[in-house]
Design a protein around this ligand. Sequence first.
Ligand SMILES: Nc1ncnc2c1ncn2[C@@H]1O[C@H](COP(=O)(O)OP(=O)(O)OP(=O)(O)O)[C@@H](O)[C@H]1O
Ligand SMILES: [Mg+2]
Length: 235
Amino acid sequence: MEGAAILANNIKKTYTSKKIEYVALKGVTLNVKQGEFVAILGASGCGKTTLMNILGTLDRQTTGELFIDGVDTSTLDDNELCTIRNQKIGFIFQSYNLVNYLSALDNVLIPLMICNADTPEKMNDAKNLLTKLGLEGKFQKKPLELSGGEQQRVAIARALINSPSIILADEPTGNLDSKTSDTVLEILTNMAKQSKITIIMVTHDPDIAKLADREIHMKDGLIIKESKSSIKKSK
Ligand SMILES: Nc1ncnc2c1ncn2[C@@H]1O[C@H](COP(=O)(O)OP(=O)(O)OP(=O)(O)O)[C@@H](O)[C@H]1O
Ligand SMILES: [Mg+2]
């Protein structure tokens, strides 16, 4: 378990809706090292988002164990889980999930507001992050006044503001054109390399998956194949 940012052991997830049970995860075991960049691939409906939600403690598994930085999450109550989620994990979603009535700057500060840590110092951090991501001069814009790529960069800044050790990105470039997608991926991978952040990223795109250290292929609620990336990274 040592050095593992995330250790998932035989995770199963059954959804029950209208008395009908659906087994979305059938026993997923995954060990992601600190600083590792893992890509998750698989057809629509195979359980990728379900797995990401469980790894990020947004949802609980039906059975199986989940350790985050060596801590068994089953021993934590909802408050403790919330603290881990807020301080250790940054989420990036396909649909950005920004709050439309808040400015770009305030969207970045959301994770800090949640734990009353939105100090003037942190406000500066947020501005620096947005500037690094090419959004200088757009701090006060609302999400709908920004392009898709700009909104996703605000979401990345929000995911990074608490200096998380783990980033969970569920198709972060799914809604972006290929040029903007490249920019977003470069930002993400560079930041991860510099700060040794662990990244788990869902993607449909095999070329994007090649940027990762390891590819994990899922089918029908199971991991069916794993491969190390063949591309030698320049950074
Ligand atoms: N809340 C829910 N209740 C019932 N079934 C669900 C629920 N969420 C997901 N499922 C089912 O679980 C399966 C896996 O869903 P999931 O969202 O994890 O797929 P995915 O791999 O992320 O797909 P996509 O690539 O389309 O995003 C699907 O068949 C879906 O219908
Ligand atoms: Mg999904």
